[in-house]
Design a protein around this ligand. Structure first.
Ligand code: GLU
Length: 442
């Protein structure tokens, strides 16, 4: 069964980049009727926070992304210890004592000679006595995974196509620190094996990690999952701005972004398929296809998000938004103002225009007479859905006005605004008495 996972570190809130990764993993699993798992990568105990774990769960739930299961790395240390001991016995992990300063110096020397700054495996040359002496002196080692230089590293990337790496051209990765804490690399592989992950879909910043992790899967005697790496996320004008890149889900929710808008936009981000505000999770999953993704940077355009959001708001039924509207605002009122909204919360502003009081716009003497005529006409016109049409029809005939001169003074007097929802839908909501009072400016 296709199994994917989303593996955030709870050291911050989810931002656009993480959401894309989570969503695409969910879509990839669902397309195949498979499982999507959440893995909390909290091996870094100092930087991980419980409130971030809760925020990650809440943000995914808000987006409608429900994991079939959840694991936490901090609860799995015994598993890592086990695998570590096995790899140690097989000579696939080895202890090192170099200080960061030493390593830095060696790197600089190599670079100075025009050579790649690869770890020289000096620690492998230490004798058992030398190692025992260091341990006896209380010097704890950090640990590296020993890449197999004879084993070619190759995978068919779901997005990038065939990938090959030369193990001899890479440093043996540090997998464990001297204090016993884990770096991301090995625990992730151990978990992917234990959780039955079949597909790892993540950002292209992980490509070189994949190269070493491919050998870790093999060293653990496990099949290598399928890998796919998505192109970098960029803003509409180049690099993703700090503000946009770090925008959290809660902030977007406060800004009035609907989850469906993020889903519709991010679901297609990085593909050449058009963004369609009408598409929901299920439809996006049915059409999800890694071969549609390109290697060019994926552009996240905030204006496009705003457009998609508005289109979604314009189609939201009253039942979906009722809890977010003023208490006394009914379905008719929602439908009257909905086409004018960029965000649901703006409905309240228009509702205040309906219920009043509104800001008064001073009319010219000529318009005052016109508005008085309108007030008189309104007293006689049947108060129903057609009232605006009847009113303007009668005024057009009586005053000879048309276009802007006919409509704008009425809109200004009735709403206090130059623009707004269709008056045909708004006027019946305002009510006859209030409308007459507004026209007379009393
Ligand atoms: N915790 C890692 C990260 O956030 C997970 C990477 C992965 O998907 O393997 O970068």
């Amino acid at each position: 069964m296709t199994t994917t996972r989303f593996a955030p570190s709870p050291t911050g809130l989810l931002h656009v980049g993480n959401i894309r990764t989570a969503l695409h993993n969910w879509l990839l699993a669902k397309r195949e009727g498979g499982r999507f798992l959440l893995r909390i990568d909290d091996t870094d105990e100092a930087r991980s926070r419980e409130d971030y774990v809760e925020a990650i769960r809440a943000d995914l739930a808000w987006l409608g992304i429900v994991p079939e299961g959840e694991e936490r790395q901090s609860a799995r240390f015994a598993l890592y210890e086990d695998a570590f001991e096995r790899l140690k016995a097989e000579g696939r992990v080895y202890p090192c004592w170099e200080t960061p300063q030493e390593l830095d110096l060696r790197r600089k020397v190599l670079l100075g000679r025009g050579l790649p700054p690869i770890y020289d495996r000096a620690a492998l040359a230490l004798s058992d006595d030398e190692k025992a002496a260091k341990l006896a002196a209380g010097e704890q080692p950090h640990w590296r995974f020993k890449l197999d230089h004879a084993e070619p590293i190759a995978w068919e990337d779901g997005i990038r196509g065939p990938q090959t790496f030369e193990a001899a051209m890479m440093s043996d990765p540090v997998i464990r620190r001297a204090d016993g804490s884990w770096l991301y690399m090995l625990p992730s592989v151990i978990d992917d094996v234990a959780m039955g992950v079949t597909d790892v879909l993540r950002g292209e910043d992980h490509v070189s990690n994949t190269a070493t992790q491919v050998q870790m899967f093999t060293a653990l005697g496990a099949p290598v999952p399928r890998f796919a790496h998505e192109a970098l996320l960029v803003g509409s004008e180049g690099k993703l701005s700090k503000r946009l890149g770090s925008l959290g889900v809660a902030q977007m929710r406060e800004m009035g972004i609907e989850p469906e808008a993020l889903i519709a936009l991010l679901g297609r981000l990085g593909t050449s398929d058009p963004v369609d505000p009408a598409l929901r999770l299920a439809e996006l999953a049915a059409a999800f296809d890694l071969s549609r993704f390109g290697r060019a940077p994926a552009r996240f355009d905030e204006q496009e998000l705003a457009r998609v959001n508005a289109a979604i708001v314009h189609a939201l039924p009253y039942e979906a938004v009722a809890p977010r509207l003023p208490d006394d605002m009914d379905a008719r009122a929602w439908e009257a103002v909905r086409p004018n909204l960029a965000h649901v919360h703006e409905a309240g502003d228009w509702w205040r225009v309906v219920t009043g009081p509104i800001s008064r716009v001073e009319a010219s003497p000529e318009d005052r007479a016109y508005l008085e005529a309108a007030a008189e006409a309104l007293e006689a016109i049947a108060w129903d859905e057609g009232v605006w049409k009847a009113l303007t029809g009668a005024l057009k005939e009586a005053s000879g006005r048309k276009g802007k001169a006919l409509f704008l003074p009425l809109r200004l007097a009735l709403t206090g605004m130059e623009h707004g929802p269709d008056m045909g839908a708004l006027l019946p909501l305002i009510g006859r008495e209030a409308a007459i009072a507004r026209l007379r400016q009393i």
